[in-house]
Every structure is written in structure tokens, then in C-alpha cells.
Ligand binder design. Structure first.
Ligand code: RIB
Ligand code: CA
Length: 333
């Protein structure tokens, strides 16, 4: 099945996919679907250079502990984890334990790793790694964008040092999930999101307009639950709580795959087709703060340069079956 994301505007013009990631720094707020994204990456041979964590689903320190726990459970015991921003730039901290469980991993009793995480300086680590591997890193961000925003403030040359950026965030021309029009990762820190959208890098944004089309068939859920593969068993444990959250939304005991889709597109960008669109984040609207406003009117010539500040590559269409197959394959399910 081919799902439509942004939708064909009157002057819809597709652009090539972003480059496939070879080395990833994952910025996350782990989080049930963050865990599923790590599992997808691990099972697809992704090379994780480091993970950095932010506030969002849970406090940043909890996200750090969860990230190291998931990495270790998947055998990625040598991937360093750095905790970063503990709160947004210009609003109060809000977390979402009702979606992810009190422990952020679905309250499934997953034993925490005791491996140390580095404290508090994730944005500096992102900059350091980008300087160490110029032109090589793909930043995959699946939580609020505070760490990336801070890294941009610290190092204005950061956009020229990374290969590309893939963000899960936003809701273009569709309902939000944190407010009527705001998606959680953008809504949790709109100022940081605007810094990321306004930077001169190759930015792909994977929003609710496409991730809400990725609900797994119930037979796929059953395959994950029945699998003896340790990756599938980890996901089957942590996603029970998430299935309960999504059941009334989707109408079946299943869930959508927000963060796993961003990881999949970082690794296999040709799962989707794309459009380049000018976009910005609403920062002042009383009802619309944190909305991604994308100019899909088609009156103006479409942009052609993905590195133009304010230009975003959005998903136009997605091969959902191929994405689900990739996810199941990565889990050994
Ligand atoms: O809106 C979905 C996003 O918000 C996902 O990244 C989820 O983990 C939460 O952070
Ligand atoms: Ca997330």
C-alpha cells in the first residue's frame, strides 16, 4: 500500500531522497517508539556513533537510562549515551508518561542497565562528533529538538559538518497529537524546532501526516509477540502499554510507528518519495504555538535546494508494506 503524506499540491514536484545514513547520532527521548526505532536500526545494521537524550516523553535522565538499557538489551553495549537538555528553551517542562508508562518503557519491568551515561552535555557532544567526522554523520532526532537547537547555537558551522538530518516531528495539514495542530516533538520546544528548520542543512521531516498512516496490521503485531528473537521479545514487552494507548485511536490493538519510520527513512530513504517545501514553526499563536506551517499552496516555484534555510524535505508518499517488512525483518519476527 502506498500512503500519501504531504499530499499532491497543485504544483507537486518530487525531489530525490536524502542520502542514506552511514553513521548515525540518534537524539531521542526514549520512550516506547524510540525503543522501537533503536531496535529497527540495530536489526538493520545501522552504525550508531552515539545516542543523546532530551526531555520529552520522560525527563532527559530517564530517557538516558532507558536508551542505554535498550542498546544493551540489543547487544549495542559500545554505543555511548549522553544526557542533554532537561527542559525546553522557552516553556515549562512537560512529559508524557501516560503514553509511555511511568518508566518510559511501558512499565513492563524491563531491568535497567547499570552502564554509565554521560551527564548533561549532549549538545556539546553532537558538535564534537560532527567535527570529528566532518560530512559523515546523519543526525536522527526523534524527540523534542532542544539538543539540536543548542548545538546550533553553540556551533553555527554545524550544518556544514553533518551529512544530513532526519527529524520525526510536526503535523502538516493534519491534526496534532499534543495540541489541535501541534505534534509532540515540535510542540515540546517550538523555539528549538525553528532553529532546526532555519538551519542550512539537508533536513528531512517525518511528521504525523505520514506516521499516522503506519499502523501495523494485527498479524504483524502477532508475529512480533510470537517471535523468539530477543529484539522482537524486547519490543513485544515494551509496546503492550503503547498498544493500549493507540487502540482507541486506530480502532484495533496495534500502534503507529512514529520514530521507527524516521529511522527507516534515514537508512533506506527510497522507501518514500519527497517534496521540498518552505516551512516554519508557529511561535506566537495562542492556539497554534508549535504548529509546523508549510507552504503547500503551489503558487510560488517549489524550492530546489534542500540546504536552503527554511526548506524542508517532507514525505510525499510511503511504501507502507515495504516499511513494515523492513521493521519485522529487523526484529527477526
Ligand atoms: O509525536 C510522536 C513523537 O512524540 C514520537 O517521537 C514519540 O516518541 C514522542 O516523542
Ligand atoms: Ca520520541
Amino acid at each position: 500500500m502506498i500512503a500519501t503524506g504531504l499530499g499532491e499540491g497543485p504544483a507537486a514536484r518530487r525531489v530525490p531522497p536524502p542520502p542514506a545514513a552511514t553513521s548515525i547520532v540518534l537524539d531521542c527521548d526514549t520512550g516506547i517508539d524510540d525503543s522501537m526505532a533503536i531496535a529497527l536500526g540495530a536489526g538493520s545494521g545501522a552504525r550508531f556513533v552515539a545516542c543523546t537524550t532530551t526531555h520529552g516523553n520522560v525527563p532527559a535522565a530517564t530517557a538516558g537510562r532507558n536508551t542505554v538499557t535498550v542498546l544493551d538489551a540489543l547487544g549495542l553495549t559500545d554505543v555511548p549515551v549522553h544526557v542533554g537538555a532537561h527542559r525546553p528553551m522557552a516553556q515549562d517542562l512537560l512529559t508524557a508518561e501516560w503514553v509511555h508508562g511511568q518508566d518510559g518503557l511501558g512499565d513492563a519491568g524491563v531491568a535497567q542497565s547499570s552502564r554509565p551515561v554521560s551527564g548533561d552535555l549532549a549538545p556539546a557532544e553532537i558538535v564534537r562528533l560532527a567535527r570529528q567526522h566532518p560530512g559523515e554523520l546523519t543526525l536522527v532526532a526523534v524527540g523534542p529538538l532542544t539538543n539540536l537547537g543548542l548545538a546550533l547555537l553553540m556551533a553555527p558551522d554545524l550544518p556544514g559538518l553533518v551529512r544530513n538530518v532526519v527529524v520525526m516531528g510536526g503535523a502538516v495539514n493534519t491534526a496534532g497529537n499534543a495540541s489541535a495542530v501541534g505534534e509532540a516533538n515540535v510542540w515540546h520546544d517550538p523555539e528549538a524546532a525553528q532553529l532546526v528548520v532555519g538551519a542550512a542543512w539537508d533536513l528531512t521531516v517525518v511528521g504525523l501526516e505520514i506516521t499516522m498512516r503506519t499502523a501495523m496490521p494485527t498479524v504483524a503485531i502477532a508475529r512480533i509477540e510470537a517471535s523468539t528473537d530477543p529484539r522482537a521479545q524486547l519490543v513485544a514487552r515494551v509496546f503492550q502499554h503503547y498498544l493500549g494507548v493507540y487502540e482507541p485511536i486506530v480502532g484495533e490493538r496495534t500502534c503507529v510507528l512514529h520514530d521507527p519510520l524516521a529511522m527507516a527513512l534515514a537508512l533506506e530513504p527510497d522507501l518514500a518519495s519527497y517534496r521540498l517545501v518552505r516551512a516554519g514553526i508557529e511561535l506566537r499563536g495562542e492556539l497554534s504555538r508549535g504548529q509546523v506551517v508549510a507552504d503547500t499552496r503551489g503558487f510560488e516555484p517549489d524550492p530546489t535546494d534542500p540546504t536552503e534555510p527554511g526548506v524542508v524535505r517532507f514525505v510525499d508518499t510511503l511504501d507502507v508494506e515495504r516499511f513494515h517488512a523492513m521493521f519485522l525483518d529487523a526484529l527477526g519476527a
